[in-house]
Design a protein around this ligand. Structure first.
Ligand SMILES: [Zn+2]
Length: 325
């Protein structure tokens, strides 16, 4: 049980490929309760809504307050979301399309529901409660299995004409480069995501290069998580150091490109790779950005690591919910 709260309360839910995270949050952004459960396999429309309800109920049951204090629920989904209708258009990694998430969830929970894209909301979270508090224009870049991004301007998410803005992972960074999951070649994500790092390490190992990752992962190199990469960096494993150096340089050029396009006050870097290896990669990223030759592009711009870590998306969902009730 948590202490009684007189504040307006919100629940933010972040639906990921492996876990569904939810938190009960005061309107100040203070988190009262956190819950985390595995994302069910073969998620269908009804199952998604049930899982969301479960996550919300878990937060509510752990709290000692009147249900009336819950003003709204915000949901972050990894895909294209129609903010107006509250529908999930498509979430490729969850294999879901065309679900009226808001309508179904509002019917089940009897409170207003807002839904948004997870990277947009991660950026909104950092902008309202985290590393970019007080900044008027904020770009968020989230590096994990893929690369996603968001742009918040004057407290509002910039969605673009078709809700498809800030697909930063698919900026072409190398013409005719490696194939990306989207079908194009040379995307940012195909060059600098954790999946891209994994591929580069696999290729090097195939060519006979040795790496301490073999020992760290007990010979199972198929999936190389960010935590294992950090351990290998700590032990100065030459292969991991060289791949991650190159990855950090590419991330630096990604930041530079986004700055040239949008000129945000601040760029926040988050996601699993940055959580695990951000401190190590950060000086390399900054070095690339610092050496831009474009006159005037380097003044007063800041690049920072996420302050909210795993809570960024959930808190962004809360900020979105707070705006409707
Ligand atoms: Zn792509």
């Amino acid at each position: 049980m948590v202490q009684k709260s007189k504040n307006r309360l919100y629940i933010g839910v972040d639906v990921g490929g492996t876990k569904i995270q939810a938190s009960l949050v005061e309107d100040s952004g203070r988190i009262l309760i956190r819950s985390r459960q595995s994302t069910p396999r073969e998620l269908k429309g009804r199952k998604l809504v049930c899982s969301l309800c479960d996550a919300v109920e878990y937060c509510l049951n752990g709290a000692d307050f009147s249900r009336k204090s819950l003003k709204a629920v915000g949901v972050a989904l990894p895909g294209v979301v129609d903010q107006e209708t509250g529908r999930l258009i498509i979430a490729p990694n969850l294999n879901l399309r065309n679900i009226d998430v808001r309508e179904r969830l509002e019917a089940a929970l009897k409170v207003p529901v807002a839904i948004g894209n997870d990277c947009d909301l991660g950026t909104l979270g950092e902008s309202c409660f985290g590393a970019a508090r007080g900044a008027k224009s904020v770009v968020g870049i989230f590096i994990g299995t893929g690369i996603g991004g968001g742009f918040v301007w004057n407290g509002q998410i910039w969605r673009g004409a078709r809700s498809a803005a800030m697909e930063v992972g698919h900026m072409i960074m190398q013409i005719d480069g490696p194939l990306c999951g989207c079908g194009n070649h040379g995307c940012f994500e195909a060059l600098a995501s954790r999946t891209a790092v994994e591929k580069k390490i696999h290729q090097a190992v195939k060519k006979g290069q040795k790496t301490i990752l073999t020992k760290i992962l007990d010979n199972r190199l198929a999936i190389i998580r960010s935590g294992a990469l950090r351990k290998a960096l700590e032990r100065k494993d030459p292969l991991t150091v060289s791949v991650m150096k190159e990855t950090a340089r590419i991330l630096g050029y990604g930041c530079l490109t986004l700055r040239h396009v949008l000129d945000p006050e601040i760029i926040v870097l988050g996601g699993g790779v940055m959580e695990a290896c951000g401190q190590w990669m950060f000086p390399i990223i900054q070095d690339v950005v610092k050496h831009s030759s474009l006159p005037g592009a380097n003044t007063k711009s800041r690049i920072v690591l996420s302050a909210l870590h795993d809570d960024a998306v959930v808190l962004g969902a809360v900020a979105l919910a707070r705006a409707i009730a």
